[in-house]
Design a protein around this ligand. Structure first.
Ligand code: NDP
Length: 322
């Protein structure tokens, strides 16, 4: 079968499209025939070596497809089931062997492509808005990179929970998408001072929470957007890692909270995975949560897809089709 592998971490050209043996399901695993793999920013961190991994490896943490085979002890799924998963490396391939406990069956009306688009970014938006800082009516939040994969979903979830959303994006086109996803106000953070804008929009009060997946270029200023006892949720670093941080700043800026969460700690238990996936996939089926999945690349063009994501050229979800 074909797969996209990394032998030496580096730029997009570190991704090589090659022939590898088809996986065989071990005990507790199922082999998935992959219809679509989801592209995520973590794929860039892993490909570049920012996040370390044993070499060589097949890239990709998310896919949707059909169960093609099951090893001994697998009772949750059977051959022919339509499933999706995240958190297991090896999705940039035609087939992947995945622990059955990581698989979620897709409800009727939710395609395997929807599954590939929703698992990682959808459940991330879910835990950020519902668990890390459970938004309530009356709260205001800042969502950076609001037209991105996580961003568009997080805007919709924040609105579902009754919060006011102040979004940041780099272009007018992205601003339109953020507004369509429910953002009440949109700041072009490449042209405007977003701290001054957030202060203006909140009558100087600041917001209860900043959701920051951009990192280096937004983190410090984001702290100045928070109301006293507000929470900085640093969940990514698309612009680069945040340098070491002096915790006394949290005191000086108003007894702030800081957290650096990961999806994988929020779906580690099977019950929590199933619950979050059921919510997200159910909202998609019911039309309450809209996926933007207009960008597809052939699996062999994974390097091109990485260039587009790193180059801020994409909006919503990007899928790789084997
Ligand atoms: P996105 O689709 O949001 O793409 C990243 C976006 O970041 C770009 O489109 C761009 O939007 C913005 N950005 C700002 N500065 C830069 C820069 N210098 N280089 C590149 N992009 C920049 O990606 P994802 O939805 O996959 O991920 C968003 C963030 O969420 C990432 O940091 C990712 O690591 C994190 N994440 C964290 C998870 C967790 O559990 N901790 C899980 C999932 C994702 P614009 O042009 O509008 O500025």
């Amino acid at each position: 079968m074909k797969a996209v592998r990394v032998h030496t971490p580096g730029g997009p050209d570190a991704l090589t499209f090659e022939d590898v043996p088809e996986p065989v399901a071990k005990a507790g695993e199922a082999v998935i025939r992959i219809d679509a793999a989801g592209l995520n920013y973590i794929d860039i961190y892993v490909r570049s070596g920012l996040y370390k991994n044993e070499l060589p490896f097949t890239a990709g943490f998310e896919a949707g497809g059909t169960v093609a085979g099951a090893g001994p002890d697998v009772t949750d799924v059977k051959v022919g089931d339509r499933v999706a998963y995240t958190g297991v490396l090896g999705a940039y391939a035609q087939f992947a062997a995945v622990p059955a406990a990581r698989l979620v069956k897709l409800p009727d009306g939710v395609s395997t492509k929807h599954g590939a688009a929703a698992m990682l970014q959808g459940m991330t938006a879910h835990y950020l808005a519902c668990t890390t800082y459970p938004l309530r009516k009356g709260d205001a939040c800042v969502i950076h990179a609001a037209a991105g994969g996580v961003g568009l979903l997080l805007c919709q979830l924040a609105k579902m929970r009754g919060a006011r959303v102040i979004a940041t994006v780099s272009t007018e086109d992205k601003a339109k998408l953020a507004r369509a996803a429910g953002a009440d106000d949109v700041i072009l953070y490449t042209r405007q001072d977003f701290v001054a804008e957030v202060k203006r929009l909140t009558d100087g009060k600041g917001v209860q929470v900043v959701y920051d997946g951009v990192g280096q270029t937004t983190f410090d200023k984001g702290l100045s957007c928070l109301a006293p006892r507000g929470m900085m949720v640093l969940f990514g670093q698309a612009s680069g890692p945040v340098p070491p941080f002096d915790a006394s700043i949290l005191n000086a800026k108003g007894s702030l909270f800081l957290t650096r969460p990961s999806l994988f700690h929020h779906v580690a238990a099977r019950e929590e995975l199933v619950e979050r996936a059921r919510d997200v996939l159910g909202w998609i089926r019911d039309g309450k949560l809209k996926l933007r999945m207009e960008t597809e690349f052939a699996l062999k063009d994974a390097a091109e897809a990485h260039r587009a994501l790193e180059g801020r050229k994409t909006t919503g979800k990007v899928l790789l089709i084997p």
